[in-house]
Design a protein around this ligand. Structure first.
Ligand SMILES: [Zn+2]
Length: 369
């Protein structure tokens, strides 16, 4: 069986779509038909070599998608043929739930995260090996590891579900797992890109107020307002730290989500939170080897931490986001601002690189009839 898949052969070169031979499934692997994939800045960084030396070239790309299961490998238990699934770069893991079965008895209910089957090797027409990680999504079909697959309700539209693999869990997970706000808590979100916009959406679901959003792009600020931001600051026009202090009666916000990934914005986010218990979560991906500089005395009152996928547990969190969407609380329709055909992938990355994509871009790989 064959697939048409996007391959990165060389850094800083256009991506190539080519026919690849799909290998036989190994234990713990799942073959999926990719319907829609989200386009993320993380892949742009890969293409541009911002993640350092790339020893896996040539390789496939993409890490969030809405897909349909075609075939399952040996010992796969989480999904079956025909299931609708979200693919995510975030590894699922086992969870144990204690269930009361009587007055004096409890039973442990174990939910499998699925097998970590690792990557795959495809072959192109010339027989050259093309590497793929445990999940890649820019192809008509893809072989993925069971622990990167989460079954979802079939009522969930697959284009919106693509956003549940990276955009929503990273930014949203920061809010629901790391910040855990109560209604009325104030929050500042620095950077209204993929992580920032989903942090806005979940802050709004959780009832935060005010929701202050900082960006340098006026269009992104307007978009943030549409998604639920209450106050917008253009950091090109003014320093956002004094403005946030002014909006919070000189106190600073309860929480800040840094979603830019630069030394300067991390330091300024730290300056924007309140002294007594203010929390900064770094959700952006800073270029490695930069050092941030903060006054250690401030750590007596403030907290700063990073985030790895918003501490998401896919089999628990993704169905929660599906329910929030299906009940009208999570604005995913608004989040998708751009759609591209599969063969327009290079154009999509060019526009993303030039800052022309305001919300999330979706690649329509096997569009539904
Ligand atoms: Zn991503």
């Amino acid at each position: 069986m064959k697939t048409r898949t996007v391959v990165l052969y060389e850094l800083n070169k256009p991506l190539v779509i080519e026919e690849l031979e799909i290998p036989k499934l190994k234990q713990g692997q799942v073959l999926v038909k990719i319907m829609y994939a989200g386009i993320c800045r993380s892949q742009l960084n890969e293409i541009k070599g911002k993640k350092g030396v790339d020893k896996y070239l040539p390789h496939t790309l993409g890490h969030e998608a809405g897909a349909i299961v075609e075939e399952v490998g040996e010992n796969v238990t989480k999904v079956n043929e025909g299931d609708h699934v979200v693919l995510s770069w975030i590894k699922d893991r086992e969870t144990v739930n204690m269930v009361r079965t009587g007055t004096h008895s409890v039973r442990a209910e174990v939910h499998s995260g699925g097998i970590d089957a690792g990557g795959t090797k495809y072959r192109n027409k010339e027989g050259k090996i093309i590497n793929a990680g445990g999940v890649t999504t820019f192809g008509k079909y893809s072989v993925v590891s069971e622990n990167r697959v989460t079954k979802i309700d079939k009522r969930m539209p697959l284009d919106k579900s693509a956003l549940l693999g990276c955009a929503i869990p990273t930014g949203g997970g920061i809010i629901i797992h790391q910040i855990k706000p109560t209604p009325g808590d104030s929050i500042a979100i620095i950077g209204a890109g993929g992580v920032g916009t989903s942090a806005i959406l979940l802050s709004s679901v959780m009832g935060c107020s005010p929701i202050i959003v900082v960006d340098i792009n006026e269009k992104k600020l307007d978009f943030a307002h549409e998604l639920g931001a209450t106050d917008m600051i253009n950091a090109k026009e003014e320093d956002f730290v004094p403005k946030i202090l002014e909006l919070t009666n000189g106190k600073g916000v309860d929480y800040a989500v840094e979603a830019v990934g630069s030394k300067e914005t991390i330091e300024k986010s730290f300056a924007s939170v309140k002294w007594d218990g203010g929390l900064v979560v770094i959700g952006g991906n800073p270029p490695s080897e930069q050092k941030i500089s903060i006054d250690p005395f401030d750590l007596k009152g403030k907290l700063i931490t990073g985030s790895w996928g918003g501490l998401t547990v896919p089999h628990i969190d993704i169905p929660k986001y599906v329910n929030l969407y299906l009940s009208g609380k999570l604005k995913l329709d608004e989040l998708i601002t751009d759609r591209f055909r599969f063969d327009e992938i290079n154009k999509a990355f060019e526009l993303l690189d030039r800052g022309k994509i305001v919300g999330r871009a979706i690649l329509e790989i096997n569009k539904e009839a």
